[in-house]
Write a protein that binds this ligand. Structure first.
Ligand code: PLP
Ligand code: LYS
Length: 434
C-alpha cells in the first residue's frame, strides 16, 4: 500500500508534491485533497485512446461522482462531455460555464422542472428512461415550440459482477426500458411518432466498479443485435451508442483494474465487430466514466481523536469524519486503504479499526488496518476517496460538510469551502413567537 504513497524527508505523506500534514493544518479536517494532474491523466486516457483509433466519441464525465464548479471546469478543460442527473448537477455545470451542447441529462424520474431547464438551456441530449418521461418531454417541447435530441436508455439484462446496489443493467432494475420484454422497441416507436424528439441512439449502463470486460462486451453485442432489429423493423439507424460508465478502479490491494485504455480498446474492437456482422453504420461511441475519472485522485485527511481498546477484541480509533463524508463503507461494505500522514515512514505494527464520529455502530471507515502506533491528533489519510465521497456526503448529526482542495503544479487551492454551523442551520426557521 505504501508504494502508492509519496513521502517527504519529514516522513509525511505528500499529495501532488505538497505536504499533507501542512494541508490538514491550513484547511482543517476532514479534508478532501484532489491531485488534479491525476484527474487530467485519467480523462486523457479515455479521450486519447478514442482519438488514436480515429473514433468519433464523447467521453462524458459522470458528474454524480463528484460535482463542483471547479471539477466541472477541469472536465471542460480536458474536453470531456458531462453527464448530469439532476437540476442541481445541471445548475452546477451551467455556473461552471460548461458548453451546453456537451451536457447529457439522465435520471429515472426527471421532473417537469428538470426537463424544462434542459430544454430552455438547449443541452446536447436527454437520455430518456421511461414512458412517463416521453409524454412529459413532448408536452414541454410543444409548449416551448422547441426540439430535443435524445438517446433511449435500455436495460440489456446483464448481471455484471459488482455489489447489488450498484448493478443497473439487469432486467429487474429501476432504470431504462427493458430489451427482452419489448418495452424498448415500444418506446422507439412512440418516440418516432413525435416530431419534436429526435432519437439519436441508444444507451446502456451495466453497473459500477466493474473489472472484467465480459459484461461490457456482452452489452455491446446485445445493443447491436437490437439495432439490427430496429433497422429492419423501424428503419432506425443509431448515430450514437452510449455504453455508460462503470469502469473499476483500485481501492485496495484486492482490486486489480485494467488500464483505462484497455476498456476503451475492448469497446472499440467489439463495436467494430458488431457493425461488420450486422452491416450497420459505425456510430459515435459515447461513454460516461465517473469513478474512473476521479476515484483514485483524492485522499481524505482526518484528525484522530479518541481510541478505545477492547483487549483481545479490537482497538477502535475514531476520526473527525465518517459516513457523513464517506458513505460507501456503510452502504456497500466498501474497503479502503489508509496511512498516518504524519508517520508515513514508520513501521505499521498495530492493527486497528477506524471509526467515524456519527452516532451509528455501522459508521466504520476501515476494519482491521495496520498502522504505526496511533495517537490523538495524528492525521489519517484515506486513499481513493475521489468518487462518491463528497458527492454523497450528508449533514447527519448536523456535521458541516468537509472542505475540498485541489493541488496541481505544487500549489493548493480551496475549491469547496468547509461549511460553518451557520451554513448547516441556514434553512431552519424558528417555531417560537418572535
Ligand atoms: C447512467 C450512468 N452513467 C454513468 C455512471 C457512472 O458510473 P461510474 O462512476 O461507475 O463510472 C452511472 C453510475 O453508476 C450511471 O448510472
Ligand atoms: N454511488 C455508488 C455508485 C453508484 C453510481 C451511480 N449510478 C458508489 O459509490 O459506488
Amino acid at each position: 500500500m505504501t508504494n502508492l504513497a509519496n513521502i517527504n524527508e519529514q516522513g509525511h505523506l505528500t499529495i501532488g508534491g505538497i505536504d499533507s500534514v501542512t494541508l490538514a493544518k491550513k484547511y482543517g479536517t476532514p479534508l478532501f485533497v484532489y491531485d488534479v494532474e491525476k484527474i487530467r491523466n485519467n480523462a486523457k486516457a479515455f479521450v486519447d485512446t478514442f482519438a488514436a483509433h480515429n473514433i468519433k466519441a464523447q467521453v462524458a464525465y459522470a458528474s454524480k461522482a463528484f460535482s463542483s464548479v471547479a471539477m466541472v471546469q477541469v472536465a471542460k478543460q480536458e474536453k470531456l462531455s458531462l453527464d448530469v442527473v439532476s437540476e442541481g448537477e445541471l445548475y452546477t455545470a451551467l455556473k461552471a460555464g460548461f458548453p451546453v451542447d456537451k451536457i447529457h441529462l439522465h435520471g429515472n424520474n426527471k421532473s417537469l422542472n428538470e426537463l424544462e431547464m434542459a430544454v430552455n438551456e438547449q443541452i446536447g441530449c436527454i437520455v430518456i428512461d421511461n414512458f412517463y418521461e416521453i409524454d412529459l418531454l413532448a408536452t414541454v417541447l410543444e409548449e416551448k415550440q422547441a426540439e430535443m435530441n435524445v438517446l433511449i436508455r435500455v436495460t440489456p439484462g446483464i448481471e455484471a459482477h459488482t455489489h447489488d446496489y450498484i448493478l443497473t443493467g439487469n432486467e429487474d432494475s429501476k432504470f431504462g426500458f427493458d430489451l427482452a420484454n419489448g418495452q424498448a422497441a415500444e418506446a422507439v416507436q412512440k418516440i418516432a411518432a413525435i416530431d419534436s424528439i429526435h432519437l439519436k441512439g441508444i444507451h446502456c449502463h451495466i453497473g459500477s466498479q466493474i473489472f472484467e470486460t465480459d459484461g461490457f462486451v456482452m452489452a455491446v453485442d446485445r445493443l447491436f443485435k437490437t439495432l439490427a432489429e430496429w433497422k429492419e423493423q423501424y428503419q432506425f439507424t443509431a448515430e450514437v451508442v452510449n455504453l455508460g460508465g462503470g469502469f473499476g478502479i483500485r481501492y485496495t490491494s484486492e482490486d486489480d483494474p485494467l488500464p483505462l485504455e484497455q476498456y476503451v480498446q475492448t469497446l472499440i474492437k467489439e463495436v467494430a465487430k458488431q457493425v461488420k456482422e450486422y452491416d450497420l453504420a459505425f456510430p459515435e461511441i459515447w461513454i460516461e466514466p465517473g469513478r474512473a475519472i476521479v476515484g483514485d485522485t483524492a485522499t481524505t485527511l482526518y484528525t484522530v481523536g479518541s481510541t478505545k481498546n477492547i483487549p483481545n477484541v479490537r482497538k477502535y480509533v475514531a476520526v473527525d469524519g465518517g459516513m457523513t463524508d464517506n458513505l460507501r463503507p456503510a452502504l456497500y461494505q466498501a474497503k479502503y486503504e489508509a496511512l498516518l500522514a504524519n508517520k508515513a515512514d514508520q513501521e505499521m505494527n498495530e492493527k486497528v479499526s477506524i471509526a467515524g464520529k456519527c452516532c451509528e455502530s455501522g459508521d466504520m471507515l476501515i476494519w482491521d488496518i495496520d498502522l504505526p502506533e496511533v495517537k490523538a491528533n495524528d492525521i489519517l489519510a484515506v486513499f481513493s476517496t475521489g468518487a462518491y465521497g463528497y458527492s454523497m456526503s450528508s449533514h447527519y448529526n448536523r456535521f458541516p460538510k468537509a472542505a475540498v482542495v485541489f493541488v496541481e503544479n505544487g500549489e493548493d487551492k480551496l475549491v469547496i469551502k468547509r461549511e460553518t454551523y451557520e451554513d448547516v442551520i441556514q434553512n431552519d426557521l424558528s417555531y417560537e413567537e418572535e
